[in-house]
Design a protein around this ligand. Structure first.
Ligand SMILES: [Zn+2]
Length: 274
Protein backbone atom coordinates (compact mmCIF):
# COMPACT_ATOMS: atom_id res chain seq x y z
CA UNK A 1 0.00 0.00 0.00
CA UNK A 2 1.36 3.45 -0.79
CA UNK A 3 2.32 5.17 2.47
CA UNK A 4 3.32 8.78 3.14
CA UNK A 5 6.49 8.83 0.97
CA UNK A 6 4.86 7.13 -2.02
CA UNK A 7 1.76 9.33 -1.87
CA UNK A 8 4.01 12.41 -1.62
CA UNK A 9 5.95 11.35 -4.72
CA UNK A 10 2.79 10.61 -6.74
CA UNK A 11 1.23 13.90 -5.69
CA UNK A 12 4.35 15.83 -6.79
CA UNK A 13 4.48 13.89 -10.06
CA UNK A 14 0.86 14.81 -10.83
CA UNK A 15 1.77 18.44 -10.13
CA UNK A 16 4.71 18.26 -12.55
CA UNK A 17 2.52 16.72 -15.25
CA UNK A 18 -0.72 18.67 -14.93
CA UNK A 19 -0.64 21.82 -12.76
CA UNK A 20 -1.75 24.81 -14.83
CA UNK A 21 -3.59 22.58 -17.28
CA UNK A 22 -7.34 22.54 -17.87
CA UNK A 23 -9.43 19.36 -17.66
CA UNK A 24 -10.82 18.45 -21.11
CA UNK A 25 -12.43 15.12 -20.17
CA UNK A 26 -12.94 13.21 -16.94
CA UNK A 27 -14.82 10.00 -16.15
CA UNK A 28 -15.01 7.17 -13.64
CA UNK A 29 -15.71 3.52 -14.37
CA UNK A 30 -18.16 2.73 -11.60
CA UNK A 31 -20.48 4.80 -9.42
CA UNK A 32 -18.92 3.49 -6.19
CA UNK A 33 -15.51 4.99 -7.03
CA UNK A 34 -16.69 8.51 -6.23
CA UNK A 35 -19.01 10.30 -3.84
CA UNK A 36 -20.75 12.25 -6.62
CA UNK A 37 -23.12 10.89 -9.30
CA UNK A 38 -21.08 9.05 -11.92
CA UNK A 39 -22.18 11.41 -14.72
CA UNK A 40 -21.59 14.47 -12.51
CA UNK A 41 -17.91 13.55 -12.10
CA UNK A 42 -16.97 14.83 -15.56
CA UNK A 43 -19.31 17.81 -15.42
CA UNK A 44 -17.77 18.99 -12.13
CA UNK A 45 -14.18 18.76 -13.43
CA UNK A 46 -14.26 19.67 -17.14
CA UNK A 47 -13.16 23.27 -17.72
CA UNK A 48 -11.35 23.54 -14.38
CA UNK A 49 -7.61 24.05 -14.09
CA UNK A 50 -5.48 21.98 -11.71
CA UNK A 51 -3.97 24.63 -9.41
CA UNK A 52 -1.88 22.44 -7.18
CA UNK A 53 -1.59 19.08 -5.47
CA UNK A 54 -0.93 17.99 -1.92
CA UNK A 55 -1.38 15.19 0.57
CA UNK A 56 -3.39 14.57 3.72
CA UNK A 57 -2.22 11.37 5.38
CA UNK A 58 -2.24 8.82 2.56
CA UNK A 59 -4.78 10.78 0.50
CA UNK A 60 -3.76 12.74 -2.62
CA UNK A 61 -5.36 16.20 -2.73
CA UNK A 62 -5.98 17.75 -6.16
CA UNK A 63 -6.88 21.46 -6.05
CA UNK A 64 -9.19 22.43 -8.91
CA UNK A 65 -10.27 25.72 -7.31
CA UNK A 66 -13.94 25.36 -6.42
CA UNK A 67 -13.63 21.57 -6.50
CA UNK A 68 -11.07 19.43 -4.65
CA UNK A 69 -10.29 15.87 -5.71
CA UNK A 70 -9.47 13.46 -2.87
CA UNK A 71 -7.85 10.28 -4.14
CA UNK A 72 -7.17 7.24 -1.98
CA UNK A 73 -5.15 4.57 -3.77
CA UNK A 74 -5.50 2.04 -0.91
CA UNK A 75 -3.72 -1.22 -1.74
CA UNK A 76 -2.47 -1.38 -5.31
CA UNK A 77 -3.75 1.80 -6.94
CA UNK A 78 -1.40 3.80 -9.14
CA UNK A 79 -1.39 6.94 -11.24
CA UNK A 80 -0.32 6.26 -14.81
CA UNK A 81 0.18 8.54 -17.78
CA UNK A 82 -1.66 7.11 -20.80
CA UNK A 83 -0.65 7.94 -24.39
CA UNK A 84 -4.15 9.16 -25.24
CA UNK A 85 -7.71 9.39 -23.91
CA UNK A 86 -9.23 6.06 -22.97
CA UNK A 87 -12.68 5.48 -21.52
CA UNK A 88 -12.32 4.27 -17.93
CA UNK A 89 -12.48 0.53 -17.37
CA UNK A 90 -11.90 -1.90 -14.51
CA UNK A 91 -8.14 -1.26 -14.66
CA UNK A 92 -8.14 2.49 -15.38
CA UNK A 93 -10.81 3.30 -12.83
CA UNK A 94 -10.76 7.09 -13.22
CA UNK A 95 -9.33 8.93 -16.24
CA UNK A 96 -8.64 12.66 -16.63
CA UNK A 97 -7.43 14.39 -19.79
CA UNK A 98 -5.68 17.75 -19.43
CA UNK A 99 -5.19 20.21 -22.29
CA UNK A 100 -2.71 23.05 -22.61
CA UNK A 101 0.54 23.48 -24.47
CA UNK A 102 1.85 20.51 -26.45
CA UNK A 103 0.39 17.03 -26.18
CA UNK A 104 -2.62 16.53 -23.89
CA UNK A 105 -1.77 14.82 -20.61
CA UNK A 106 -4.00 11.82 -19.84
CA UNK A 107 -3.78 10.46 -16.29
CA UNK A 108 -5.39 7.19 -15.21
CA UNK A 109 -6.00 6.50 -11.52
CA UNK A 110 -5.82 2.73 -11.71
CA UNK A 111 -7.23 -0.14 -9.68
CA UNK A 112 -9.28 1.96 -7.26
CA UNK A 113 -11.12 -1.23 -6.29
CA UNK A 114 -11.14 -0.33 -2.65
CA UNK A 115 -10.07 3.27 -3.12
CA UNK A 116 -11.89 6.25 -4.51
CA UNK A 117 -11.73 9.60 -6.27
CA UNK A 118 -14.07 11.87 -4.31
CA UNK A 119 -14.96 15.45 -5.21
CA UNK A 120 -15.46 17.96 -2.40
CA UNK A 121 -15.95 21.70 -2.06
CA UNK A 122 -12.79 23.30 -0.61
CA UNK A 123 -14.48 24.21 2.69
CA UNK A 124 -15.77 20.66 3.15
CA UNK A 125 -12.45 18.78 2.82
CA UNK A 126 -11.89 18.56 6.57
CA UNK A 127 -15.24 16.76 6.90
CA UNK A 128 -14.22 13.91 4.59
CA UNK A 129 -14.68 10.72 6.66
CA UNK A 130 -10.99 9.77 6.47
CA UNK A 131 -9.52 13.28 6.73
CA UNK A 132 -11.66 14.34 9.70
CA UNK A 133 -10.06 11.64 11.84
CA UNK A 134 -6.42 12.20 10.82
CA UNK A 135 -3.83 12.90 13.49
CA UNK A 136 -0.88 15.23 12.83
CA UNK A 137 1.34 14.71 9.82
CA UNK A 138 4.70 13.30 10.97
CA UNK A 139 6.57 15.89 8.88
CA UNK A 140 4.54 18.82 10.27
CA UNK A 141 5.32 21.08 13.25
CA UNK A 142 2.31 19.62 15.09
CA UNK A 143 4.10 16.30 15.38
CA UNK A 144 6.22 17.00 18.45
CA UNK A 145 7.88 14.70 20.98
CA UNK A 146 5.37 16.00 23.55
CA UNK A 147 2.46 15.10 21.28
CA UNK A 148 3.85 11.60 20.73
CA UNK A 149 4.43 11.12 24.48
CA UNK A 150 0.79 11.98 25.18
CA UNK A 151 -0.42 9.63 22.40
CA UNK A 152 1.77 6.89 23.90
CA UNK A 153 0.36 7.31 27.40
CA UNK A 154 -2.40 4.88 26.41
CA UNK A 155 -2.18 1.25 27.43
CA UNK A 156 -1.88 -0.04 23.85
CA UNK A 157 0.82 -1.60 21.68
CA UNK A 158 3.25 0.85 20.12
CA UNK A 159 2.92 -0.66 16.65
CA UNK A 160 -0.88 -0.46 16.64
CA UNK A 161 -0.74 3.18 17.76
CA UNK A 162 1.74 4.17 15.04
CA UNK A 163 -0.46 2.47 12.41
CA UNK A 164 -3.54 4.31 13.72
CA UNK A 165 -4.11 7.23 11.32
CA UNK A 166 -5.82 9.21 14.08
CA UNK A 167 -2.56 9.13 16.07
CA UNK A 168 -0.12 9.85 13.20
CA UNK A 169 -1.23 10.39 9.59
CA UNK A 170 0.53 8.57 6.79
CA UNK A 171 2.53 5.76 8.39
CA UNK A 172 1.84 2.18 7.33
CA UNK A 173 3.28 -1.26 7.90
CA UNK A 174 6.60 -0.83 6.07
CA UNK A 175 7.70 2.40 7.72
CA UNK A 176 6.43 1.52 11.21
CA UNK A 177 8.63 -1.62 11.20
CA UNK A 178 11.61 0.43 10.01
CA UNK A 179 11.01 3.22 12.55
CA UNK A 180 10.75 0.78 15.48
CA UNK A 181 13.92 -1.02 14.39
CA UNK A 182 15.79 2.27 14.10
CA UNK A 183 14.54 3.31 17.56
CA UNK A 184 15.51 -0.07 19.12
CA UNK A 185 11.94 -0.67 20.29
CA UNK A 186 10.25 -4.05 19.83
CA UNK A 187 6.86 -3.82 18.02
CA UNK A 188 5.09 -5.73 20.82
CA UNK A 189 5.98 -3.09 23.46
CA UNK A 190 3.14 -1.44 25.34
CA UNK A 191 3.43 2.25 24.51
CA UNK A 192 2.94 3.26 28.15
CA UNK A 193 6.22 1.47 29.07
CA UNK A 194 8.37 3.51 26.65
CA UNK A 195 11.07 5.69 28.18
CA UNK A 196 11.39 9.35 27.23
CA UNK A 197 14.54 8.51 25.27
CA UNK A 198 12.73 5.78 23.32
CA UNK A 199 9.89 8.17 22.48
CA UNK A 200 12.46 10.72 21.22
CA UNK A 201 14.12 8.01 19.15
CA UNK A 202 10.79 6.97 17.57
CA UNK A 203 9.98 10.61 16.82
CA UNK A 204 13.28 11.37 15.12
CA UNK A 205 13.42 7.99 13.32
CA UNK A 206 9.95 8.59 11.87
CA UNK A 207 10.94 11.96 10.40
CA UNK A 208 14.35 10.81 9.22
CA UNK A 209 13.12 7.60 7.55
CA UNK A 210 10.15 9.29 5.86
CA UNK A 211 12.34 12.13 4.51
CA UNK A 212 14.93 9.68 3.17
CA UNK A 213 12.18 7.52 1.62
CA UNK A 214 10.75 10.57 -0.19
CA UNK A 215 14.27 11.40 -1.48
CA UNK A 216 14.55 7.82 -2.77
CA UNK A 217 11.08 8.19 -4.36
CA UNK A 218 9.42 5.61 -2.12
CA UNK A 219 9.58 1.86 -1.59
CA UNK A 220 8.63 -0.65 -4.29
CA UNK A 221 8.26 -4.21 -3.16
CA UNK A 222 4.99 -5.05 -4.88
CA UNK A 223 3.07 -2.74 -7.16
CA UNK A 224 4.13 0.81 -6.33
CA UNK A 225 5.42 2.95 -9.18
CA UNK A 226 5.52 6.73 -9.48
CA UNK A 227 3.38 8.55 -12.06
CA UNK A 228 6.23 8.26 -14.58
CA UNK A 229 6.14 4.44 -14.26
CA UNK A 230 9.43 4.25 -12.31
CA UNK A 231 9.93 2.17 -9.16
CA UNK A 232 11.07 3.70 -5.87
CA UNK A 233 14.54 2.95 -4.49
CA UNK A 234 14.07 2.93 -0.72
CA UNK A 235 13.55 -0.87 -0.68
CA UNK A 236 17.36 -1.11 -0.94
CA UNK A 237 17.65 0.75 2.39
CA UNK A 238 15.07 -1.27 4.33
CA UNK A 239 16.71 -2.76 7.42
CA UNK A 240 14.06 -5.28 8.58
CA UNK A 241 10.95 -5.13 6.36
CA UNK A 242 10.86 -8.23 4.06
CA UNK A 243 14.23 -9.29 5.53
CA UNK A 244 13.06 -12.24 7.69
CA UNK A 245 15.83 -14.84 8.02
CA UNK A 246 18.58 -12.36 7.16
CA UNK A 247 21.07 -11.12 9.77
CA UNK A 248 20.17 -7.95 11.67
CA UNK A 249 22.34 -5.15 10.23
CA UNK A 250 23.07 -3.96 13.79
CA UNK A 251 23.79 -7.16 15.76
CA UNK A 252 23.70 -10.10 13.32
CA UNK A 253 20.78 -11.93 14.98
CA UNK A 254 18.27 -13.38 12.52
CA UNK A 255 15.39 -11.00 11.66
CA UNK A 256 12.08 -12.56 12.67
CA UNK A 257 8.68 -12.22 11.05
CA UNK A 258 5.72 -12.34 13.43
CA UNK A 259 2.22 -10.97 13.67
CA UNK A 260 1.68 -7.76 15.66
CA UNK A 261 -1.39 -5.51 15.55
CA UNK A 262 -2.79 -7.92 12.96
CA UNK A 263 0.02 -7.22 10.50
CA UNK A 264 3.07 -9.14 9.29
CA UNK A 265 5.85 -7.59 11.37
CA UNK A 266 9.63 -7.69 11.01
CA UNK A 267 11.94 -7.16 13.95
CA UNK A 268 15.22 -8.13 15.58
CA UNK A 269 14.56 -10.14 18.78
CA UNK A 270 17.94 -9.11 20.22
CA UNK A 271 18.43 -5.38 19.76
CA UNK A 272 14.81 -4.18 19.80
CA UNK A 273 13.86 -3.94 23.47
CA UNK A 274 10.64 -5.75 24.33
ZN1 LIG B 1 19.68 -6.76 16.06
Amino acid sequence: MPELPEVTVISEDVADLAVGREVLRAAVFRPDVTNVEQREFGRLLVGRTLRGTGRRGKIIVLDFGEVVGLVHLVISGRVLRLPEWKEPDRMNTAVLEFGGEGEPVVLAFTRLWLGYFDLYEPGEVDRHPLISRLGPDPLSEDFTVEYLASAFSRNAGVKGLLLDQSVVAGLGNIYVDEVLFSAGVHPTRKASTLTEKEIRNIHSAARDILRRAIEQRGTTFDSYHDAFGETGKFQHQLKVFTRAGEPCPRCGTEIVKSRVAGRGTHSCPACQVS
